[in-house]
Design a protein around this ligand. Structure first.
Ligand SMILES: Cc1cc2nc3c(=O)[nH]c(=O)nc-3n(C[C@H](O)[C@H](O)[C@H](O)COP(=O)(O)OP(=O)(O)OC[C@H]3O[C@@H](n4cnc5c(N)ncnc54)[C@H](O)[C@@H]3O)c2cc1C
Length: 305
């Protein structure tokens, strides 16, 4: 067997998992294609000890920390196929090589699909945002909007007044009930039913949205709930069960980050309905420890369902 554990995805979740295994002197291969989900943001917020640093710098530090452990190999390559045969996994890589491992940790994240509106995609991560905790503070209390895709807009619209005066753009996608209208009114949220037609402003900054009826509404930030899908289909190839989340499917895991496939663990956005770098790192720590425990306590995967 080439490695004790192969980790697919070398970002917050995958590198945190690798650290646990490295410290147990286990052989680990981390595969990564260098496209973490938050690469569109100039700064990452809320990660303990790293608040406000560029995401790429944080990830580079995580890789540097791992590089001193001799049993860890990091390779810039994609996992293309994965097959379980008994207690071993066979993985084909985008560089044409193949390798084997006794356990797998899936940490390859998700990709976002955004609404198709002029001026929106180029502002993603700067002034078009999904998470007020991550980037709301930097908007300094200026007016913000919520672009509805479905009822999840209600959740964002209820939270956002803590970050600035809020307008909910229902976008012909969400009709608040009378009770929901009362709740929004209590939070001071304005409801706008004319659809947003385009976003206006210099560079990545947002100055206003223009509505289909021609009116412009000044905004510094527009929040939305993207649709998400796994970044690749390795979990599907392995037959790992999923659950439906508010933005898309995510892997069904137990409290030890084990998927429904014996010997396969998962961590981070791929296996959680709550995208957050710190939560991804914490889940990675758990997955790394759980994979290690599984190698010792159940070497032939016979005890796991
Ligand atoms: C615009 C934006 C801003 C954000 N800002 C913040 C913030 O300020 N604070 C915060 O806590 N959270 C933030 N988030 C959420 C945060 O980005 C995610 O929660 C976090 O990146 C999840 O980490 P992860 O390790 O699960 O996945 P990712 O960070 O997405 O990493 C997955 C890795 O797997 C690799 N990969 C994919 N497929 C393969 C494959 N087949 N083979 C090998 N490698 C593969 C990718 O290249 C990538 O490097 C933000 C998200 C977005 C979209």
């Amino acid at each position: 067997m080439d490695h004790d554990v192969i980790i697919i995805g070398g970002s917050f979740a995958g590198l945190s998992a690798a650290m646990q295994l490295a410290r147990a002197r286990r052989t680990v291969l981390v595969l990564d294609t260098g496209a973490p989900r938050n690469r569109f943001a100039v700064a990452s917020h809320g990660f303990p000890g790293q608040d406000g640093r560029p995401p790429a710098e944080i990830q580079a530090d995580l890789r540097d920390e791992l590089a001193i452990y001799p049993t860890v190999e990091m390779r810039e390559a994609a996992a293309v196929t994965a097959l379980r045969e008994g207690a071993s996994f066979h993985i084909a890589l985008s560089d044409g090589s193949e390798t084997t491992a006794r356990r797998m940790i899936l940490a390859y994240g998700v990709r976002d699909t955004l609404p198709d509106l002029p001026g929106l995609t180029e502002r993603w991560g700067a002034s078009v945002l999904h998470c007020p905790y991550c980037h709301g503070y930097e908007l300094n209390g200026q007016p913000v909007g919520v672009l509805a895709r479905d009822e999840m807009a209600m959740h964002q619209a209820m939270l956002l007044p803590d970050w600035g005066p809020t307008t909910l753009f229902t976008q012909v996608a969400f009709t608040p009930t009378p009770d929901q209208r009362d709740m929004l009114a209590m939070r001071g949220v304005r409801i706008e039913e004319a659809p947003v037609a385009r976003l206006i402003g210099d560079g990545p900054a947002l100055e206003a949205v223009q509505l289909a009826d021609g009116r412009e509404i000044a905004l510094a930030g527009l929040f939305l709930v993207p649709q998400t899908a796994p970044s690749c289909d390795i979990a599907a190839q392995l037959g790992s069960a999923t659950k439906d989340g508010p933005t898309g499917p995510y892997l069904d895991i137990d409290a030890m980050q084990a998927t429904s496939v014996p010997g396969v663990f998962a961590a981070g956005d791929l296996a959680s309905p709550m995208p957050n770098a710190t939560l991804a790192a914490a889940a990675g720590v758990m997955a790394g420890g759980a994979a290690h425990r599984s190698l010792i306590l159940d070497p032939h995967l016979s005890l796991e369902s």
